[in-house]
Design a protein around this ligand. Sequence first.
Ligand code: GDP
Length: 480
Amino acid sequence: VANLATRGESKKDVLLGGLLLPGFDEQSCTSRYQSVYYRKNMSRPPSLHLVRRLRQQEALQRRCGPGTEPYRRASERLRSGQKVGDGFVATVDGCGYLVLISYRGLGNRVLATASAFLYAMLTDRVLLVDPGKTMADLFCEPFPGTSWMLPKDFPLDNFRDLGEDAPESYGNVAVNRSGSVSGLRFVYMHLDHAASPANRLVYCDDHRQFLHRVQWVVLRTDSYIAPGIFLNPAYKEVLDMMFPRKDSVFFLLSRYLFHPTNDVWGMVTRFYDSYLKNADERLGIQIRVFDGDKPFQHILDQILACTSQEHLLPGVVTAGGAPPPVVRSKAVLTTGLNSWYHDTIREMYWRSPSATGEVVSVHQPSHEEHQHFFRSIHDMKALAEMYLLSLTDKIVTSGWSTFGYVGSGLGGLTPYIMIKPENHTVPNPPCKKAMSMEPCNHGPPYFECTRKEIDKIIDTGNLVPHVRSCEDVPWGRKLA
Ligand code: GDP
């Protein structure tokens, strides 16, 4: 990175305080060691304990991962249903596995992957991610000398069709089988945001009940399950050591795990260098509309009300007024499926000078019009845009959107969250400064782990100081 070093930035800690390992081939994944040059210094360095746990997990992934003898034996056992000894199969070869099913949008998948990785670390399991159709085009391998992608010859046919009523589901094993896993080849954790209370019981599993007896666990989630895991007393001690600060769990995990491939990184850096780099300040505005993909006036009004209320964007001088002298430049990155919001804001600052003397430029990388599934280039744009959002200085996001959670969390940015409008009117207030940069879990547990009363709903936002009700989704829970 000679050209970057000559910018006088050669002292940057590319390994992020021990979060990353040296020695990966730089050319095959340039983002891994270069992204630091596009970012401010790490506001939340990793704890020594987290760094130690990451090194242990890397060793486990290498020792038990695809291509190894233990993996071959474990997948043969899964295929044949062969039982081992008294059924304590997770201890065979010391290799247990957590297979993550990928579904829903990219933001959902990124949140699911980061929090599944945390769960894998806590339970000493190898994380294997179902790569779907696009993952290999999006991310580099995070672990040295092995792969985190579920091999194509994974023996469970149709595992992507598993649903919460499956005989192997955690809820079924816990409630209807009293924890007996005899005859089951694996246990299925169903943590979709709309999972039944019985399936959410897994949030309270202390790994002493029955999960430790199964070598294979298949997990389906579209959510950031970490806040639920932090509610489980069984993990309190180790989580306190790994994360002395609870507001940067996703930030650290995502900076460790998600390194865009060279193609995506090229999209990020070309856009950044062309439109954002030279501005005095960068503002990200992530626009996600759940009412439909056409333009809505109330959404534009909400964006402008929020940026005005929070002094993020200046007002404009009305026609004929004398423009103030130019003082500084502000680059605005908008992302969204539609380009109308971007076009309108850009035109506003073209037709009229800003009241403060700021020169405001507005840029949007793409407008895909509709969400698509299983298309590499569509997902690559989405990832490049989440990443670009994370490189801004301040960020406004749309409530409910996992896309926005990733943009702010990855960037270490506490967002201004626009509350989801009801009845096509601008909410009051239009946005709120979030309490932390952490994503919201839309499907948390509603019971206390000490009681496990699944038919009684209690407020889990008051149980421990660092798990709270989310700003945008009142029943959601987030770390702060
Ligand atoms: P969420 O639905 O807002 O929670 O976010 P997801 O990322 O899970 O799903 C939305 C999907 O729609 C994305 O993954 C993209 O495929 C697409 N999408 C939504 N907003 C944008 C955007 O601003 N830019 C791009 N390129 N794609 C978007």
